[in-house]
Design a protein around this ligand. Structure first.
Ligand SMILES: Nc1ncnc2c1ncn2[C@@H]1O[C@H](COP(=O)(O)OP(=O)(O)OP(=O)(O)O)[C@@H](O)[C@H]1O
Ligand SMILES: [Mg+2]
Length: 336
C-alpha cells in the first residue's frame, strides 16, 4: 500500500512495521493511540495519519493536554459561553468544534484529569458535548487520535486513568520504537539532518567519518530523534572541518562506546587580548613580593624603551615620560 510518509525517515524493520499499520489504519475512522518515548516522532506520525486519511482536506487540530492548566483546558477543548467564568467576555468555540469534519490530536493524553476523561469518553461514544457554561448539546464529527509517553495501562492500574477510556482510545495502538531499536536508521537520519541544515544555511553538507558513524550507532539516544536532530544542527554550526571526526563528538557518546574523549590539545601560543592588570595570583605564581615584582616590571619597561630608542638615553627617557637623569639613576641602581 502506498502512503505519504510526510517526512518520516527510516527503513528499519521496526519502522516499516509502523508504516504497515499506518497504511491500514489511516483511511479508517478508528481511534488511534500512539505511544513511544519522548522524541520518537509521535506528532510527526499523527500528522501523517491525518494526511493519509479521508479527512486530509479537513482541519487537523492538535492540543497538548499537558501544557494547559486544568481550568483552561476544559474550555480549550469544548469552548465556553459568554459569562461562563470571570474572563469569559464572549462565547468561544473549543478545539472539538474547530476540528469538526477533521482530526483532533490529543497529545499527552495521560495528563488529563479524571473529570475531563469522562467528557472525552462521551465525545468518543456519543459524539456530543456542551460548551463550558452552556446548556445546548453540540454534535461533532471528529476523529480522535491521542498520544502519550506514559504507560497508560499502568496509569489505569494506579487509578489515574479510566479503564473504559483507555480501551476506547486504544482501538488501534501504534507504538513508535525508540531510536536505539531502529538500527541503521540512526545514520540515515543523521545524514538527512546534516543535509537539511546545510540546505538551510546554504553550505555543503558535513560528512561523518566512518569511525564517527560507528560511534553514533553505538550510542543509546535517550532523547531519540529529537536529540539526534538537535545534535546534528549543533555540529552543522560548530564543526570546523568538512568531515565530522570522532573528536567532534561529545563525552557522552565516547563513554557509551566505552572510550575516553582525548583531551583537546592546548593552543600553540596562548592568545592574549588587550592589557590585563596584574593580580595577586601573578605574584604568587612568580614567587615574588610586591617590591621585586614592581622592580621586574620597571626593568622590563626600561630595557624595552632603550631598545626602541636604539640605546639613545634621551629618547628612551622621552618614551617613558621621565627625565634623562632619572633614567640614568634607575639604570645605575639596577646595574644595567
Ligand atoms: N522518523 C523521523 N524522520 C525525520 N524526522 C523525525 C522523525 N521522527 C521524529 N522526527 C523529528 O524529531 C523531532 C521530534 O519528533 P516529535 O515531536 O514528533 O516527537 P514526539 O514523540 O511527539 O516527542 P514528545 O514525546 O517529546 O512530544 C521533530 O522535529 C520531528 O520532526
Ligand atoms: Mg509530541
Amino acid at each position: 500500500m502506498d502512503i505519504d510518509k510526510s517526512g518520516i525517515i527510516g527503513q528499519s524493520p521496526a519502522l516499516r512495521k509502523v508504516f504497515g499499520v499506518l497504511a491500514k489504519v489511516a483511511p479508517t475512522e478508528s481511534t488511534v493511540l500512539v505511544t513511544g518515548e519522548s522524541g520518537t516522532g509521535k506528532e510527526l506520525l499523527v500528522r501523517a495519519l491525518h494526511t493519509n486519511s479521508k479527512r486530509a482536506d479537513k482541519p487537523f487540530v492538535p492540543i497538548n493536554c499537558g501544557a494547559i492548566p486544568r481550568d483552561l483546558l476544559e474550555s480549550e477543548l469544548f469552548g465556553h459561553e459568554k459569562g461562563a467564568f470571570t474572563h469569559a467576555i464572549r462565547s468561544r468555540a473549543g478545539r472539538f468544534e474547530l476540528a469538526d469534519g477533521g482530526t483532533i490530536f490529543l497529545d499527552e493524553i495521560g495528563e488529563l484529569d479524571l473529570s475531563l476523561q469522562v467528557k472525552i469518553l462521551r465525545v468518543l461514544q456519543e459524539k456530543e458535548f456542551e460548551r463550558v457554561g452552556g446548556t445546548k448539546t453540540q454534535q461533532v464529527d471528529v476523529r480522535i487520535v491521542a498520544a502519550t509517553n506514559r504507560d497508560l495501562e499502568q496509569e489505569v492500574a494506579r487509578g489515574n486513568f479510566r479503564e473504559d477510556l483507555f480501551y476506547r482510545l486504544n482501538v488501534i495502538p501504534l507504538h513508535l520504537p525508540p531510536l536505539r531499536e531502529r538500527g541503521a536508521d540512526v545514520l540515515l537520519l543523521a545524514d538527512y539532518f546534516l543535509s537539511r541544515f546545510a540546505q538551510e544555511q546554504g553550505i555543503t553538507p558535513l560528512r561523518l567519518a566512518p569511525e564517527a558513524r560507528a560511534m553514533l550507532q553505538v550510542y543509546d539516544w535517550p532523547g531519540n530523534i529529537r536529540e539526534l536532530e538537535n545534535f546534528m544542527e549543533r555540529l552543522s554550526i560548530l564543526c570546523e572541518g568538512e568531515i565530522i571526526q570522532p573528536t567532534d563528538l561529545p563525552e557522552k557518546i565516547w563513554s557509551s562506546a566505552g572510550r575516553e574523549l582525548p583531551e583537546a590539545p592546548l593552543p600553540a601560543e596562548p592568545v592574549q587580548v588587550g592589557f590585563a592588570w596584574p593580580q595577586i595570583r601573578d605574584l604568587r605564581d612568580h614567587d615574588m613580593d610586591l617590591k621585586t615584582f614592581l622592580d621586574a616590571v620597571e626593568e622590563k619597561l626600561l630595557l624595552e624603551a632603550l631598545d626602541m630608542a636604539d640605546g639613545v638615553k634621551n629618547r628612551a627617557a622621552e618614551v617613558l615620560g621621565i627625565k634623562r637623569t632619572t633614567l640614568i639613576e634607575k639604570l645605575k641602581k639596577k646595574g644595567l
